[in-house]
Design a protein around this ligand. Structure first.
Ligand SMILES: [Zn+2]
Length: 440
């Protein structure tokens, strides 16, 4: 009998690690970092883990044979399938034995290359030497008696996939992370179609937003950004995820409509340059055409990749922002706020927060610090955002359309709420338990 065990992502948002066994074949779906589990014991930069051993003993990474780079057991993991390049799905690939192939979408491979090059590597974030094998929608990848069929989905990062997994005793569906209100929501429809035709005996679905429902879309975000940026009378500062190319495109368009240039970080510029050759991401600004400029913070020394990327676009500094604040929308993070002391944003400048509201203590504290800075500079805060995850009612209809015989919610803090709300027949619901097997 084929079987599945959820080793991470139960009762929490992310940290997905799903083990599939069928006859002699063993496959993992995602190998994410559980940010919540890790934060119980650690707080960067001063209290960071230093040894994989401690992560194992604390249960932050699962204790399984045949997976880790230090493993000497006979058991082997045949492959890992990565749904998308978010930390809560790829994070602990750093620990994985380099002989294990990592299957992912072509865009995800590019993103992983960018992450590997630009992230400061500790033992926890060193992704060098991983062997990627890429797929596209419609592919069928055979690993022993298991066949995996990926289909693209819409999420807050390009190159995200859901999977239909066929085993010798039946098939199951894994949604990865997805939504139905992004600019590419048709991708999620393609996945829903593929999944509903799979006669799945089990659906493992994300259910992130059970208490975060809202009605909005990426298009609406773009319209709101345009309104705020047009009316701004000084500098516009903005904070948004560097990996969310949809959001980057929304900011770029809104800035252009208001006759301003979007100034992005070196890391964001590196990402655009990495994705430039992909050809599958609509509307992404081009560095070479001067669509966007790079805002370069003053530092003593720049990394090699920072020097290289600076040569590919127009670079501005805080002096340029001071001289012509109305010419720019500048992407910043909390750590850039100090650098703005020299800029002294003029009256009428605004700050746009375009990421999720704080959902833990650490983020609450950062939010308070941000507000202190905004008080100091005299900038009001606009919160303009839409989630990367599907809304409850859309999720309910996705689940019903897939029609799996059993449904298990993961990647959520509210699995019971999901089971009560999202299922037409309560008897198909399963509350997954970490490390326990579910038969297929
Ligand atoms: Zn996730």
């Amino acid at each position: 009998m084929a079987r599945v065990s959820v080793l991470g992502g139960v009762g929490e948002i992310g940290g997905n690690k799903i083990l599939v066994e069928d006859k002699d074949a063993r496959v993992m779906l995602d190998f994410g970092m559980s940010i919540a589990q890790r934060a119980r014991f650690f707080s960067d930069p001063y209290v960071s883990p230093r040894r994989a051993e401690s992560l194992l003993s604390l249960g932050i990474i699962p204790s399984i044979d045949g997976v880790y780079s230090w493993d000497t057991s006979e058991t082997k993991l045949d492959a890992i399938f990565l749904s998308h390049a978010h930390l809560d799905h790829y994070g602990y690939l750093s620990m994985v034995h380099r002989d294990v192939p990592v299957h992912c979408g072509e865009t995800t491979e590019r993103l992983m290359a960018a992450i590997t090059e630009t992230k400061r590597a500790s033992f926890e974030t060193d992704y060098r030497g991983l062997g990627y094998k890429t797929f596209r929608t419609g592919a069928s990848v055979k690993v022993g008696s298991i066949t995996l069929r990926p289909t693209h989905v819409d999420h807050s990062i390009p190159g995200a996939y859901g999977l239909v997994v066929e085993t010798s005793t039946g098939s199951f569906v894994y949604t990865g992370d997805l939504r139905a209100h992004g600019r590419a929501s048709h991708l999620t429809q393609d996945f829903a179609k593929a999944a509903s035709g799979s006669d799945a005996s089990l659906l493992l679905t994300e259910a992130t937003n059970m208490v975060g429902g809202s009605v909005s879309s990426e298009e609406e975000v773009a319209r709101k950004l345009e309104v705020v940026i047009r009316e701004a009378r000084g500098l516009v500062m903005a904070s948004f995820s560097g990996m969310d190319t949809d959001r980057l495109t929304s900011f770029h368009r809104a800035a252009e409509a208001a006759d301003r240039k979007l100034a992005i970080s070196m890391r964001q510029a590196h990402l655009i340059s990495t994705l430039d050759g992909d050809g599958h991401i609509d509307g992404l600004p081009k560095l070479a055409k001067g669509n966007v400029v790079i805002y370069r913070r003053n530092k003593k020394r720049y990394e090699k990749w920072e020097e290289e990327i600076s040569g590919k676009a127009e670079v501005i500094t805080s002096e340029d922002l001071t001289a012509a604040p109305k010419r720019y929308v500048v992407a910043t993070t909390l750590s850039d706020m100090e650098g703005m002391v020299g800029v002294k944003p003029s009256a009428g400048s605004v700050y746009i927060l375009s990421s999720s509201e704080p959902y833990n203590e650490e983020m609450e504290l950062d939010m308070q610090r941000l507000i202190e800075w905004l008080d100091f500079y005299g900038m009001p805060l606009y919160h303009i955002h839409v989630s990367g995850h599907i809304m409850p009612q859309q999720l309910r209809s996705l689940v019903s359309g897939i029609g799996a015989k059993r449904v298990a919610p993961i990647h959520t803090e509210h699995p019971e709420l999901f089971l009560k709300f999202a299922l037409e027949r309560p008897d198909v619901g399963i509350l997954p338990v970490r490390n326990e097997w579910i038969e297929i």
